[in-house]
Write a protein that binds this ligand. Structure first.
Ligand SMILES: *Cc1c(COP(=O)(O)O)cnc(C)c1O
Length: 374
């Protein structure tokens, strides 16, 4: 085992943590006092910038609340804080992250119902409409924008329209889409959006953040089931003295300032979406030319992460495939679907079409060397 970093990092074709720019990494070569005004100014700037990236503002009643921990902590914080004691959540699930949301509700002993579709099938807005009509106890609806398990895109605009028409609050796990795909919060009718630093915003892991309507948040007084995951408490901490309530991931926040500057320099969300779409198109063209088959129908496939079937050759093993690509400097991702043998390739992070071409070339050489029939 080599405990020290190699001279060159391998490229990560994963859904986060992902490859970051050299300058994002360099931004971490500083120690910052979490109570110091210069650091707090940066936290304030990050909060405002997140709203700007989302196309909303404080004046319009929106707040951005960073929270220590990975993305899961952000989703759990919304449930723990914003669902009233007698509340009930309808979860739309077609993969591991929807199921994880269900697990959070089980742990928090929050009443819930689950509307499942198969892993290759988007959430069903009509089924949601029927559930909301039938069950007056449901107070919140939770959906996953891109279910990273497969890479499928769920119809959050249609789900949001149903949720708003039925007068419920809408929680969106946009972990793997925010910053990489446009999301019109007002039009979709989002009340709480959760994402994290180390996905399409191309920062390093360390914190999650929630974008929410201030009026919704303020109405949650007294409901928090957790101290450290109390979103309203976290917001009050920022409002009081500009600080995280407990030790923040200072280096990750410094890196995030640079990551947000780079998003702006790239041309904002539309330009980043364009690069991710070119990455995905390059990957798909190369892989299908080699004979690999994508798992999802193109109509529901996100440009962020793509699942491919294993080659039909019985001699294929993912472990050998993964190792060979790693030796060539490329890290891919195992599958996560229960119903099919798949591997996944992410096209987000500081990677470009030329990197995807290099990956496809490495896959081709590996397949040839192993003599696998694809
Ligand atoms: C990454 C991700 C999460 C959060 O995962 P963490 O490992 O806790 O950061 C949640 N939902 C989706 C859709 C994701 O892609």
């Amino acid at each position: 085992m080599n405990l020290l970093a190699p001279a060159h990092d391998k490229l990560l074709f994963t859904p986060g943590p992902l490859t970051t720019s050299a300058r994002v990494k360099q931004a971490m070569l500083h120690d910052a006092g979490s109570w110091h005004f210069e650091f707090n100014d940066k936290v304030r700037w990050i909060r405002d910038e997140l709203l700007r990236v989302a196309g909303v503002s404080r004046e319009q009643g929106w707040e951005a609340i960073p929270l220590q921990g990975s993305g899961t902590f952000g989703v759990e914080a919304v449930f723990a804080t914003c669902v009233p004691p007698q509340g009930k959540v309808a979860v739309l699930a077609n993969g591991a992250y929807g199921e994880r949301a269900v697990q959070m509700l089980v742990h928090a002993k929050i009443d819930h119902t689950v509307l499942r579709t198969p892993e290759h099938t988007p959430n069903d807005p009509a089924a949601l409409d029927a559930a909301l009509e039938q069950d007056a106890a449901i107070t919140h609806v939770c959906a996953v924008h891109c279910e990273t398990t497969s890479g499928i895109l769920n119809p959050i605009a249609a789900l949001g329209a149903v949720t708003r028409r039925r007068g419920r609050a809408f929680i969106v796990d946009a972990m793997s889409t925010f910053g990489g795909l446009p999301i019109d919060l007002e039009h979709v009718g989002v009340d709480y959006l959760i994402s994290s630093a180390n996905k399409c915003l191309e920062g390093v892991p360390g914190f999650t953040f929630v974008l929410c309507r201030r009026a919704r948040l303020l109405a949650c007084e007294g409901w928090a089931r957790s101290l450290s995951l109390d979103l309203l408490g976290q917001w009050k901490g920022f409002e009081k003295n500009g600080q995280f309530r407990y030790t923040p991931p200072t280096h990750a926040l410094l890196a995030f300032v640079q990551a947000l500057i780079e998003l702006e320099q790239e041309g904002g969300v539309p330009a980043r979406e364009g690069r991710y779409r070119r990455n995905h198109a390059t990957l798909l063209a190369g892989m299908t030319a080699l004979g690999f088959r994508p798992y999802l129908h193109p109509d529901v496939q996100s440009p962020l992460i793509t699942s491919f079937h294993y080659p039909a050759d019985p001699r294929f093993t993912f472990e050998v495939f993964y190792r060979a690509l790693s030796d060539r400097g490329f890290i891919i991702y195992p599958g996560k679907i229960s119903q099919a043998d798949l591997f996944r390739i992410g096209t987000i992070g500081r990677v470009f079409p030329a990197d995807l071409e290099a990956l496809v070339a490495a896959i081709q050489r590996t397949v040839q060397e192993q003599g696998w029939r694809v």
